[in-house]
Design a protein around this ligand. Structure first.
Ligand code: C5J
Length: 220
């Protein structure tokens, strides 16, 4: 059983029952000129995850293990977007408004899709989610059950929002979660720091934290 050096202690996982989850690596969040940057965010804080994540995905695919990509977004008629979420961005930039890369966070738009460097391969699972957590209003549980998944390696953006929400949901559903510090990103360095600490605190209250080279080494 591969073992990864992690916080708060070693993380052991069976690759045959482990999935790599790549959360919301979408152009709307990561691209210069896009939605995230237009809100005043520093996208370089997210973009630093692209290179290590690409290397991890290559190794993960090379080992024949499953990758699950997620995208946060909504139907074009916004019927799956609660008013409380929609109105949060008013009046400047709201979900569904025209942005530099199409309507913001709307399924099918260029900005809603995953950045070129991390595009899913044909046959890989892409879960479209209307919420922050990847389990809410999706069939992720059923997908993981079919794969026989017990452990998740969690990556993506943003650390304190969709990564955290998904890890908390997964933890409550009985999954062991390892979050990779170099493959998750926040626009806010202090949230990145504290967000990771919160996961591994109190003996790993939501999971473990490690870095991608140790996972790559463990599966080779
Ligand atoms: C946000 C996300 N931050 N993927 N989405 O709205 O974390």
């Amino acid at each position: 059983m591969p073992i990864v050096d992690a916080q708060p202690g070693p993380f052991a996982f069976d690759p045959d029952s482990t999935a790599l989850v790549v959360i919301d690596m979408q152009r709307d969040f990561l691209m210069p000129g896009g939605f995230g940057e237009s809100l005043g965010n520093d996208v370089s804080q997210l973009r630093r995850t692209i290179e290590p994540l690409a290397a991890l995905m290559t190794a993960w695919r090379g080992a024949g293990l499953p990758i699950i990509h997620t995208r946060e977004g909504h139907l074009p008629d916004l019927s799956d977007c609660p008013p409380a979420k929609l109105n949060r961005g008013a009046p400047s930039m709201r979900i569904g408004d025209p942005g530099a890369f199409g309507r913001i966070l709307i399924r099918g738009e260029y900005g809603h899709d995953i950045v070129d460097e991390l595009q899913p391969l044909p046959g890989e699972t892409v879960v479209d989610k209307p919420g922050k957590g990847a389990f809410y209003a999706t069939d992720l549980s059923e997908i993981l059950d079919k794969l026989g998944t017990k452990s998740l390696i969690v990556t993506g953006v943003t650390t304190e929002v969709c990564v955290h929400t998904t890890v908390r949901e997964a933890n409550d559903r009985g999954y062991e979660c390892l979050v990779l510090a170099d493959c998750v990103g926040s626009y806010f360095p202090e949230f990145q720091h504290v967000g990771l600490k919160m996961i591994a605190a109190q003996g790993g209250i939501f999971g473990w934290v490690a870095s991608s080279p140790s996972v790559i080494a463990a599966i080779q």
